[in-house]
Design a protein. Structure first.
Length: 286
């Protein structure tokens, strides 16, 4: 019995043969040649960069959820508001008849901080977002403007004030509360979590006005007028909203509200019959 050992690198092949003759030797040489070629190919494959005969099976990566603005929301808000409210003080029945008061325009310009809350909903289609929002806010502090009485001839009304408000025209306005109901339309093309939007809708507000013309002490009459009303107007604006988590966002927006104008006519409760005929007046506020 013959045992032969063929060394092909790290591989060792034992060949067992019962006889050793030329034919057997030829078979051994052919087998050895084939084994050597296999060893060379196997070594090249192992040396190939990144080759892994038994690659590890990785768990599939979970798909990340894309942020969406679709849904309902509630929130709180706060900010600063200012009002341009020119008030026209007109003598009646006309300036030439009531010579003691020159028509005047005074603007109290109320302004201040406010707070409130809102509720709304959004619907997103691609990078576009559409929604509705309603809000309610507290009012802003009223302001008072006072001016000396000027007669039609351009001279001050005679007399030295004794009490606060004497010999003057006093105007005040206060925004008691305000609310809006608006549509919103925006886009997220800059960032999925950043909503840039425009908005428009209807606005409602409670507004209080006062106007007093006091001719005392040189005169004897004081003409007060005061009225509070709920007025409906329009609102337009624009803003940006950032969702810093999947459930919380913060926004900044600018709103312009227009409530039109209103007027009130007054006659002094202390006027004589002649005063009542000659000197009624009116105040018109925007």
């Amino acid at each position: 019995m013959y045992f032969g050992l063929i060394d092909v690198g790290e591989d060792q092949i034992f060949i067992e043969s019962f006889s050793f003759d030329q034919t057997s030797a030829k078979r051994i040489r052919n087998f050895r040649s084939a084994a050597e070629r296999y060893a060379v190919l196997n070594a090249d494959a192992i040396a190939f960069e990144g080759y892994d005969p038994w690659p590890a099976i990785k768990a599939p990566v979970a798909a990340q959820k894309v942020f969406s603005w679709t849904g309902y929301y509630v929130g709180v808000n706060g900010g600063y508001a200012w009002d341009k409210a020119p008030t026209n003080v007109q003598p009646g029945p006309s300036g030439p008849i009531f010579v003691n008061l020159l028509p005047q325009v005074l603007d109290p310009r109320p302004r201040g901080y406010f707070g409130g809350g809102q509720i709304g909903s959004n619907w997103q289609y691609g990078s576009f977002v559409f929604g509705m929002e309603s809000d309610l806010q507290s009012g802003i502090s009223g302001t008072v403007v006072q001016s000396p009485i000027i007669q039609n001839n351009g001279t001050p009304f005679p007399g030295i004030p004794v009490l606060p408000g004497n010999n003057s025209v006093t105007i005040s306005q206060k925004l008691d509360w305000w609310s809006t109901s608006r549509l919103r339309a925006g886009t997220t093309f800059v960032d999925p979590r950043l909503l840039l939007f425009v908005t428009a809708g209807a606005a409602t507000a409670g507004i209080s006005n006062t106007a007093t013309t006091d001719f005392r002490p040189a005169g004897t009459t004081r003409y007060p007028v005061a009225f509070s009303e709920t007025r409906v107007g329009l609102v337009v604006g624009a803003g940006a909203e950032w969702a810093f988590t999947n459930n919380l966002s913060i926004k900044a927006e600018y709103l312009f509200l227009d409530f039109g104008s209103s007027s009130m006519t007054t006659t002094s409760p202390f006027a004589t019959a002649a005063d009542a005929i000659a000197s009624p007046g009116s105040a018109t506020g925007d």
